[in-house]
Design a protein around this ligand. Structure first.
Ligand SMILES: Cc1cc2nc3c(=O)[nH]c(=O)nc-3n(C[C@H](O)[C@H](O)[C@H](O)COP(=O)(O)OP(=O)(O)OC[C@H]3O[C@@H](n4cnc5c(N)ncnc54)[C@H](O)[C@@H]3O)c2cc1C
Length: 466
């Protein structure tokens, strides 16, 4: 294997939002020369799964005012849109730009611009970009030797894991051989596959969250005529955003309480807000600064209870869609083009050229119906032990990484240091992004990740080389 002779100070594995913005902070804040290897597979540097879409109907699900890439410059994204006239490309929604929902493909270009601007303006850092998949790490001479699928090996003093989101897991069904058939799409972000679905086909979407909303919009935008059916255990679409109303911090005195008590306090506060004409969304959003503290102080039992009993409901109120998108979804429901069913999937099987779908809802008799095509929109898979990728398999086998709380993501300290299989806190391996969901819970949206990107870069620059 060709070994790159150079020893990098820092290698970042994953160049989506998190890895790219960590690189930007490293480049901007380096006081001494620092060499960075940014390794990203898939050729969509800076964009990752979320922002590499080429479909303009895919909008951000957070208003522009809260999508700055920098935690300390809240107006940065909106200013960038105006300075580059990118807001002129958007459909007129009647909302002020700050409150509007920008196409995600523009956001991807914004993040990309941050990287290339930082590279051209700050010369203390040298960055080399590798378009390849990291498949393994071996330790030698107190350095990490990262093997890439291109055959290269990169030597580095420190590594940041920023591998982000994975495709959804296949759900357990009676006969899992269905998943090998051409009527099933595991990766809902594969726009090429979505484009190949015949307009008249009936489609089942498993999961009714934001990914399903994206897929429905893509299909309808390409003229899809067949009925689309979404199923989930709660049978609910995501909620819409409301007008922005700043709500006082009511949760601070209660953050050390267990989940059930917190829930009662939140419900009470929602009622109080409603009585004053304030949307419940403002109550939920006011808790954002405390999410990590609430989660990290939960006992292991409380974490388990929350994840099993309240996690899905929390996701529904927390991750919301633009109102313009909601209006479209409601329209398609009214016309019967979109149907949402409540139930869990029991079976999928190919019968006489159709897919037979069996769903179960509590004690009610099983429902059976037929579709032509099935798409998995159950959300990213977070159990690293189940991810069928060489990098995770090798890192787990070597004990360099270990599963996070509740088998979600990687185990680490809240300060990004990876915890190995033996419980040792690493001075070489760091992690940021959605792989921290088990450790921090809310670790997926830009408002959390931009802070992580800044703080982990700061930590990497401060920790002396080995
Ligand atoms: C469809 C979608 C829409 C979203 N919309 C919003 C939104 O509107 N607002 C919001 O705040 N949040 C949104 N999110 C949340 C989103 O997770 C974050 O905003 C952010 O994009 C995550 O970035 P990331 O870099 O951590 O991960 P990712 O975007 O997943 O990027 C990880 C990168 O690492 C690469 N990689 C993985 N493994 C390897 C390896 N072994 N070697 C080399 N490269 C590797 C991948 O190819 C990818 O490029 C959305 C998420 C999704 C999935």
């Amino acid at each position: 294997m060709p070994e790159n002779n150079k020893v990098f100070n820092i290698a970042i594995i994953g160049g989506g939002f998190t890895g790219t913005m960590a690189a930007v902070h490293l480049i901007k804040n380096a006081k001494m020369p620092v060499s960075i290897a940014l390794i990203n597979k898939g050729g969509q540097l800076a964009k990752g799964t979320a922002y590499s879409t080429t479909d303009r109907v895919h909008l951000l699900n957070v208003p522009a005012r809260n999508m700055s890439a920098y935690p300390d410059e809240p107006g940065h994204f909106v200013n960038w849109l105006r300075q580059n006239n990118r807001h002129l490309e958007m459909e007129d929604s009647g909302l002020p730009l700050e409150e509007d929902f920008v196409p995600r493909l523009i956001y991807g270009e914004y993040i990309s611009a941050q990287l290339y601007e930082a590279i051209s303006e700050h010369k203390q850092a040298h960055i080399q970009i590798f378009e390849a998949e990291a498949v393994d790490i071996n330790m030698a001479d107190e350095k990490a030797h990262i093997s890439l699928d291109s055959g290269d090996t990169i030597r580095t003093e420190k590594v940041l894991f920023a591998m982000g989101n994975n495709v959804p897991a296949n759900l357990h069904i009676r006969d899992e051989s269905f998943y090998e058939t051409a009527n099933y799409q595991q990766n809902p972000y594969d726009l090429g596959k979505l484009a190949a679905i015949a307009k008249t086909q009936t489609v089942l979407i498993i999961g009714t969250g934001l990914t399903m909303v994206d897929v429905v919009n893509t299909l309808k935008n390409q003229g899809h005529e067949g009925t689309i059916t979404g199923i989930s255990r709660n049978g609910k679409l995501p909620h819409p955003h409301s007008d922005f109303v700043k709500y006082p911090d009511f949760i601070a005195p209660h953050i050390h309480k267990p989940p059930r008590e917190l829930l009662a306090i939140i419900e009470e506060e929602k009622k109080k807000a409603g009585a004053r004409g304030i949307p419940w969304q403002s109550v939920i959003d006011s808790m954002r600064p405390h999410h990590h503290e609430i989660w990290t102080q939960f006992s292991p039992e409380s974490k388990k209870y929350f994840a099993e009993n309240l996690g899905a409901a929390w996701g529904v109120v927390r991750h919301r869609m633009a109102r313009a998108i909601m209006r479209r979804m409601e329209h398609w429901q009214k016309t019967g083009e979109l149907e949402i069913k409540k139930g869990s999937l029991a079976s999928l099987s190919n019968t006489a050229g159709k897919v037979e779908v069996v769903i179960k809802d509590g004690d009610a008799p099983e429902q059976v119906f037929w579709v032509d095509y099935v798409i998995n929109c159950t959300g990213p898979m977070h159990n690293i032990a189940k991810i069928d990728k060489p990098f995770y398999k090798n890192m787990l086998a070597k004990g360099i990484i270990s599963p996070g709380p509740l088998n979600i993501g990687l185990n680490s300290t809240p300060e990004f240091e990876v915890i190995d299989k033996e419980g040792g806190i690493s001075e070489m391996f760091y992690v940021a992004g959605p792989l921290l969901i088990g450790v921090l819970w809310e670790s997926i949206a830009v408002p959390e990740l931009r802070r992580q990107a800044r703080d982990v870069a700061d930590k990497l620059l401060k920790t002396p080389p080995r």
